[in-house]
Write a protein that binds this ligand. Sequence first.
Ligand SMILES: [Zn+2]
Ligand SMILES: [Zn+2]
Length: 304
Amino acid sequence: MSKIEPVKRVLSYCSWPLVFFSGLAGSYFSFSSDHPMVAFSAVYLSAIAVLFGLERYIPYEGRWLQPDGETANDIAHTLLTKGLLEIATLLAAIFPMLAASVLQPLATLQFSLWPSALPMIIQIVLAVTIAEFGLYWSHRIAHEKLFFWRFHALHHSVTRLWVVNTGRFHVVDSLFKLTLSQIPLYLLGAPLQVFWWLAAVTAFIGILTHCNVDMKTGPFDFVFSTPRLHRWHHSQEIREGNTNYGENIVVFDLLFGTYFNPDRPSSTDIGIKGQIARGFLPQLAQPFTKEGVRQILGRRPKGN
Ligand SMILES: [Zn+2]
Ligand SMILES: [Zn+2]
């Protein structure tokens, strides 16, 4: 055994909790600073840089280090989706204010059902769980209903998993997910800080689930969506791929029978049967045309 083997071994056990919990600690300091969004972005980009380094030091799959020609598209889809999230967060801030200004003259009624008096950590766990219910079902529907799969297929069309394709989602797919997961929280009157924390948890879990780092996640696999579980979700094999829908936590996979974690290394045979268009704009347009949908589903043209 070479001298660096033990270092790699230790890293493979430590890197998931280290990146996740230091990301949350960084978020805590960011959110209490004068420039929360700038500070948070710095923490997030640092975590991406660490994972990028680990992908080269202890890759899960060596093949996935090779370029696939999709990097620019991955980044473009990420930026578009992230922009949407910013707008949604802004709406979260405005919505309670609007509601309060309408309701205030009516009565001394307390508008918010949200348990703001509880410790922040409990509010965060509650928000992550409530949002997860919408995330789980929007994701499961996206796999089980062809109408929604046409948008979600873009995310699954990658043949390598790495930190950069975390945010590769069709904008309609993201919008659907965002609607189902965040509207219940708006209606309950969750404060802006809670939305920030939900975004932080989702951001760090997201880059971890997609990173190509040989991470041993053991007991975390039964609570959080981990790279090991998410690799099964990207499997070409439908029996393996239509499982592990959890975005942040796996409670609903366990509850609704879609949890999949067999005792063997998770799949590296990932991708879809259909064909995704080349280029950012054609990828955005593809699900809206008949021919595009046919390609996405991998169906032959009629008459052939
Ligand atoms: Zn999926
Ligand atoms: Zn994924």
